[in-house]
Write a protein that binds this ligand. Structure first.
Ligand SMILES: Cc1cc2nc3c(=O)[nH]c(=O)nc-3n(C[C@H](O)[C@H](O)[C@H](O)COP(=O)(O)OP(=O)(O)OC[C@H]3O[C@@H](n4cnc5c(N)ncnc54)[C@H](O)[C@@H]3O)c2cc1C
Length: 376
């Protein structure tokens, strides 16, 4: 069996990004994916245009809609609209289109792909990782990247990630027409979902409808009840939605994302924003940063995988620590949160700036603290 440089478990957004950057730096990489590609993915597909920073090729051609307005509501009333201007707009993509585009880029750069390879065992013997599939196939690699999403068992196995994993309950589905959702407009509804929000994102001739609850994930979401209240306002009937529920692993504290020759990326690394469920930007960021550290490590710089954990903490975790605090206060008292948070004259713009990647939760928290100190 030939020894490859890096085996990547999972061919989603984070795995394909890692694979592309490693393969385009001449590393021998293989993506191990349990499915065959191109099926619809459970995701809203909203992401900041700032993700373009991590790729040398243009992503805009695969974007379904560039969002210029974000509309917020409380139980379909009390609406506020924020205009999105600035250098990094908010994009809506079909997830299967994004993932297969990134996969093609990785394959064109020399990465290999094994599909129907459901990883059931990962062991390290004499500095070589042995990865085994359900059907008995085996791969040997110098390093392994865990990119298999929210249900990944491997962080616990290898003592990585947060000590306590936290999950949001989510649902996402599609409707094959646009209803009355205005062009270039994303809708966020805060009053109908307990401890969370619902959304409507425009796609090419379709709309993505979804919802997530962030504090209490023990009970399943009352999806039909929420759809019944939310969809008529968009001129849809609940029977039109075809969708699925999913438990989404969210950020829950600073933690180690690497061991010796092993790194966690994307949802497997618990990077998803605990306030707005933004997981694509950190998935792509972590794929880029993981590859950067691995390239040095494979070339003999033995300690540089720790730099990956540190960079992700600085560039993402510090903002998420504030996102978690904001989420806990906002979703516990959402009506007050909506009135004081979203309905403040500058607030919709700030949320829009978070979505577009122009501001972090940390920037916003620092502004609020400064304002309070100044007032006193
Ligand atoms: C309902 C919902 C809506 C969302 N909306 C948004 C949004 O609008 N914007 C946003 O930024 N984020 C959103 N997110 C979050 C976003 O979808 C995730 O953060 C993102 O998918 C993470 O990518 P990933 O590559 O880490 O994991 P995934 O996309 O989950 O990819 C994991 C891959 O690993 C494969 N795999 C799993 N187990 C194995 C195994 N044992 N062996 C081999 N392969 C395996 C899977 O088949 C899959 O291809 C949403 C999430 C949900 C659930």
């Amino acid at each position: 069996m030939t020894l490859i440089d890096v085996a990547i478990i999972g061919g989603g957004a984070s795995g394909t990004t890692t694979a592309f950057h490693l393969a385009s730096n001449s590393k021998k990489v293989c993506i191990l994916e349990k499915n065959i590609f191109s099926s619809e993915r459970i995701c809203g597909g909203g992401m900041s245009a700032a993700v373009q920073n991590w790729f040398p090729f243009k992503l805009l051609p695969i974007v379904d809609e560039v969002i210029t307005n974000v509309e917020f509501s409380w139980c379909n009333t009390d609406k506020v609209v924020a205009e999105l201007s600035g250098s990094s707009p908010f994009w809506i993509v079909k997830r299967e289109k994004l993932d297969s585009f990134l996969l093609d880029q990785a394959l064109n750069s020399g990465c290999n792909l094994l599909t129907t390879f459901k990883v059931v065992d990962i062991k390290k013997k004499s500095n070589v990782w042995h990865i085994t599939a359900l059907d008995g196939r085996q791969i040997e690699a110098r390093a392994v990247v865990i990119a298999d999403g929210s249900q990944s068992p491997w962080p616990k196995t290898f003592n990585l990630g947060p000590t306590q994993q936290k999950f949001a309950s989510t649902f996402s589905g599609r409707i094959k027409r646009r209803g009355n959702l205005r062009n270039e407009t994303a809708r966020f509804e805060f009053g109908l979902v307990k401890n969370g929000f619902a959304w409507a994102f425009p796609l090419d001739n379709e709309v993505n409808i979804g919802m997530g609850t962030f504090l209490d994930n023990k009970n399943s979401l009352p999806v039909n009840e929420i759809l019944k209240s939310f969809l008529p306002d968009l001129c849809f009937d609940p029977s039109e939605v075809i969708g699925h529920e999913k438990k989404l692993r969210i950020w829950n504290g600073h933690c180690k994302l690497n061991g010796e020759g092993i790194l966690l990326v994307g949802d497997a690394a618990s990077l998803c924003d605990p306030f707005l469920a933004e997981g694509l930007r950190p998935a792509l960021m972590s794929g880029f940063e993981a590859a950067k550290s691995l390239i040095y490590w494979l070339d003999g710089e033995v300690n540089c995988l720790d730099a990956y954990t540190n960079t992700m903490q600085i560039n993402w975790g510090n903002s998420m620590a504030w996102g978690k605090r904001i989420s806990q206060v906002f979703y516990r008292f959402p009506k007050v949160g909506y009135q004081l948070g979203v309905k403040r004259p500058t607030a919709p713009k700030r949320i829009a700036q978070i979505l577009s990647g122009e501001m972090s939760y940390e920037d916003i928290a620092k502004r609020v603290i400064k304002r309070l100190l100044f007032q006193n």
